[in-house]
Design a protein around this ligand. Structure first.
Ligand code: ATP
Ligand code: MG
Length: 426
């Protein structure tokens, strides 16, 4: 039988894993810059956590979860998103009792959703996300949004727009839900089956429908911002004026509601028009969730956060500057004795912090030089019978093409001098 990876999963092969590490490193640096600390939560959680936190009527919970019973019959789910786990951990570990009222976390790792795989959509995919929990302040909404914009700017992504909207507080959403129902009631039988369900359970979700998105009733649907309570409007106005002050470009997108249930007040998406992703692709999204923590049994602490799809960031990044770091030394032994000596030198050089490798295939010079090339080795170290006898090695600098005979005990000093003395080291 021939094995293949399950549909919707992807192997990240060595030729691209370096680029993933670069992306991860850049994200970690930005987090350090923003004083946001990493939180690592389990890849699986109790299913109830997601149905409670994400919402029973959402696509994620009703259609997309990887759930199974474990050996004791507990219902377990592979995490479809990161916020629920962080919120659970925040409550369980009583992080709300820490002296800093505003806690800021980030996470990075695989998420699982049963979806139809396509460009930028997988069943196992990766998210980088940030949560800022503890304050209701619009300043924190904006800190979050600025951070999301910083991410795409640092990656050099072009054709990016920040879309924002406000769902308001409980009272605003009650009024808005009523208005939506009145608006969609006359055309309900023209909408998809899902939307008819949503109409009863959660009419906001209708605006998030991918099937009915071009229906005429979508275009003139009531706008959340017309139903905001006084205080919700004040919050949203402050968010907008802070963004203006910081000269962050944004558009108010009144149909933006987001697919997960826990959002209130500010919601936002970072949308890319990069043709590699297809126009209008969402690379990152987030918003405020004021009742999530209390719903999970914690105090009434509000939060705000966002998540980026890392595969979509990788696609938008494209294939350029894939220049791989090379080896310092590739060791090329000729014959058995030389190979024994090569193994000694290899181990010694690695212990000294150099990046090196050696030929393990007992090939001739030509094949070994090809490997030195493929690995972008700075030096090729040739060890033949004569070198073994004289206790030296032949060092060829692959940049200057210069060759030097170096006594065994001087190898480290030779490489260091070479790097320090010249402009060879990239
Ligand atoms: P979409 O509308 O594209 O399905 P979503 O609203 O379900 O996105 P969120 O739950 O907000 O997405 O997740 C945040 C980000 O994670 C998305 O903007 C996207 O970049 C990424 N993402 C979501 N689902 C997938 C997936 N199946 N494969 C790859 N990336 C994904
Ligand atoms: Mg989705």
């Amino acid at each position: 039988m021939a094995y293949s990876a399950p549909r919707g999963t992807v192997d990240i092969l060595p030729e691209v894993s370096g680029k993933w590490q670069e992306l991860e490193q850049l994200l970690r640096t930005i987090c350090a810059n923003y004083n946001v600390k990493e939180m690592r939560t389990p890849i699986f959680e109790h299913t109830e956590l997601f149905s409670r936190a994400v919402g029973d009527t959402t696509d994620v919970v009703t259609k997309e979860m990887y759930s199974f019973a474990d050996k004791k019959g507990r219902s377990i789910t592979l995490r479809p998103e990161g916020t629920a786990g962080i919120a659970r951990s925040y409550v369980e570990n009583k992080l709300y009792a820490l002296p800093e009222k505003l806690q800021k976390y980030y996470y990075m790792g695989p998420m699982f959703r049963y979806e139809r795989p396509q460009n930028g959509r997988q069943r196992q995919f990766h998210q980088f996300g940030v949560e800022m929990i503890g304050l209701e302040s619009p300043y924190v909404d904006v800190e979050c949004m600025v951070m999301a914009v910083t991410v795409v700017e640092a990656l050099g992504l072009k054709d990016i727009t920040l879309h924002i909207n406000s769902l308001g507080d409980e009272a605003s959403r009650d009024a808005y839900r009523e208005a939506l129902k009145q608006h969609f009631a006359p055309v309900l039988n023209e909408l998809c089956y899902d939307c008819q369900q949503r109409f009863e359970k959660n009419p906001l979700r209708i605006l998030d429908c991918k099937v009915d998105k071009d229906h005429s009733a979508m275009k003139d649907a009531p706008r959340t911002i017309d139903y905001l309570s006084e205080s919700a409007k004040e919050h949203f106005d402050k968010v907008c004026s802070l963004l203006d002050d910081l000269e962050i470009d944004y558009v108010i997108d009144t149909n933006l509601v987001r697919g997960l249930d826990y959002y209130s007040h500010t919601v936002f998406e970072v949308i890319s028009d990069d043709p590699k992703l297809g126009a209008g692709a969402t690379v990152g999204a987030g918003g405020r969730y004021n009742s999530l923590i209390s719903e999970l049994g914690g105090p009434d602490n509000p939060g705000v956060g966002f998540a980026f799809g890392m595969e979509r960031l990788m696609i938008a990044l494209g294939d350029d500057n894939n220049e791989e770091d090379g080896l310092d030394v590739y060791i090329m032994p000729l014959g058995h004795e030389a190979k024994d000596l090569a193994m000694q030198i290899l181990t010694m050089l690695r212990a000294n912090g150099f990046t090196c490798d050696m030929d393990q295939c007992d090939r001739g010079l030509k094949g070994q030089f090809k490997s030195a090339d493929r690995y972008h080795a700075h030096f090729s170290m040739i060890i033949g019978e004569e070198e073994v006898q004289k206790e030296v090695v032949n060092m060829k600098c692959n940049h200057s093409k210069e060759q030097s005979i170096v006594p065994l005990e001087n190898i480290v000093a030779f490489i260091e001098n070479h790097y320090e003395g010249g402009d060879h080291h990239e």
